[in-house]
Design a protein around this ligand. Structure first.
Ligand code: PLP
Length: 388
């Protein structure tokens, strides 16, 4: 099984390393010499449990996850996380505060954090939007000093660390002056997990759908502070007026069952196991971060060399995403021409999200520096040939 190395810049599901897919394809037919493949065995069998445990161990090693935190997996994607996070963390807040119903603070810096805040509201929770950059087309992330103060009784502050559609990314965590003690930081890292080093101790919870930077759809990674797994009983929650989370989303139950309370998509987990193993073998997160920074730098440098031709909706360079590079051209005809000529060079997946338009080059971990260099050459040549 082989394929030509793709230059694929799709935003998600996204490119994966060919060697991982080759190995996984064999495992799908026959796992470790068995008569059946990895997707056909029981999720409670020994080999499946080993896949889960090894994947957790790889993530712990790569992200230096301290003993205070636990890794687990759930079915569903980022959107499932939008719902499950608020149920679980409000329940935990009640446990820590004698049955008090906490509030949730959301930073709306792009379409995914907006969706997540809307889901928390839809489910009936009290939500404060502490910053909202929609009117400025999500072109910046203002400094914390400009955000609304966090209200009393707030359980957590939610951010989307990398806004996949809009192309902005947090380069630091909210400062200690901004975030009151006891308010947990929750981050959606669906499109940048394992792209850069993190200080996990700063986070109460990290959630990431696997299908962009590190795997296939169907599995979501959670890294949670263990103390946040404590919850009141169902009867207590009812007496506090807090809704119960659906059982498949109930973090303590999922963790108690080693991520296999219900059937875990074990093939997807196996892909994550192979991707994380490969990352370890290639020098870990520090090594890929360096490559990711270089890829982003050369691409942004090329785009900003033609200011009248390429426009970057994220106008503050300090918060431009290292994963999703969003840019527009002077008109739709040129954009169509750009896509067509790029495809002739086998540069694909570049069309922007329908809500933003223009182009989006997603340069996740699996996109090589060589692919980005080919894109940079094309971007440069195209601007020279088509600007007046
Ligand atoms: N969060 C971010 C940052 C995303 O990029 C996406 C998907 O593109 C989601 C959440 C939603 O993920 P899913 O489609 O798996 O529910």
């Amino acid at each position: 099984l082989n394929r030509e190395e793709p230059h694929y810049f799709g935003a998600g599901p996204a490119a994966l390393p060919t060697d991982v897919l080759q190995e996984a394809a064999y495992d799908l037919i026959s796992y470790q010499g068995d008569a059946v493949g990895i997707g056909e065995i029981s999720h409670r069998s020994k080999p499946a449990i080993k896949v889960i445990d090894d994947t957790k161990a790889n993530l712990s090693q790569l992200l230096n996850i301290p003993d205070t935190h636990e890794v687990f997996f759930m079915q569903g994607g980022g959107t499932t996380g939008f719902s499950s996070i608020v149920y679980n963390l409000i329940a935990n807040y009640a446990k820590r505060h004698g049955g008090k119903v906490g509030r949730a603070a959301y930073a709306v810096t792009g379409s995914w954090s907006k969706k997540s805040s809307e889901e928390a509201q839809r489910l009936g929770f009290e939500v404060d939007i502490v910053v909202n950059t929609k009117d400025k087309k999500f072109g910046d992330i203002p400094p914390y000093s400009e955000w609304k103060p966090i209200a009393k009784d707030t359980a957590f502050l939610y951010i989307c660390d990398n806004e996949t559609v809009n192309g902005n990314e947090f380069k630091d965590v909210p400062s200690e002056e901004y975030l009151p003690e006891g308010v947990e930081l929750v981050a959606d890292m669906s499109s940048n997990i394992l792209s850069k080093k993190l200080d996990i101790s700063k986070y109460g919870l990290i959630m990431a759908g696997a299908q962009k930077n590190i795997g296939l759809a169907g599995l979501t990674i959670y890294i949670i502070k263990k103390s946040l797994l404590e919850q009141p009983t169902d009867d207590e929650l009812k007496s506090y007026g807090i809704p119960l989370s659906p059982i498949a989303f109930h973090y303590p139950t999922v963790v108690k069952n080693n991520s296999a309370y219900n059937t875990i998509p074990i093939f997807t987990c196996h892909i994550l196991q192979l991707v994380t193993k490969r990352l370890i073998d290639n020098g870990g997160v520090a090594a890929i971060q360096k490559i990711n920074e270089e890829k982003a730098k050369i691409l942004y440098d090329a785009l900003t060399s033609f200011p009248g031709f390429y426009s970057l909706p994220v106008h503050n360079p300090a918060v431009r995403s290292n994963m999703n590079v969003v840019f527009t051209l002077p008109n739709e005809e040129l954009e169509a021409k750009f896509i067509k000529e790029a495809a002739e060079l086998k540069l694909t997946g570049l069309k922007g999200h329908r809500s933003v338009g223009g182009m989006r080059a997603s340069i996740y971990n699996a996109v090589t520096l060589d692919s980005v260099k080919i894109l940079v050459d094309f971007v440069t040549k195209f601007a020279k040939e088509n600007s007046k």
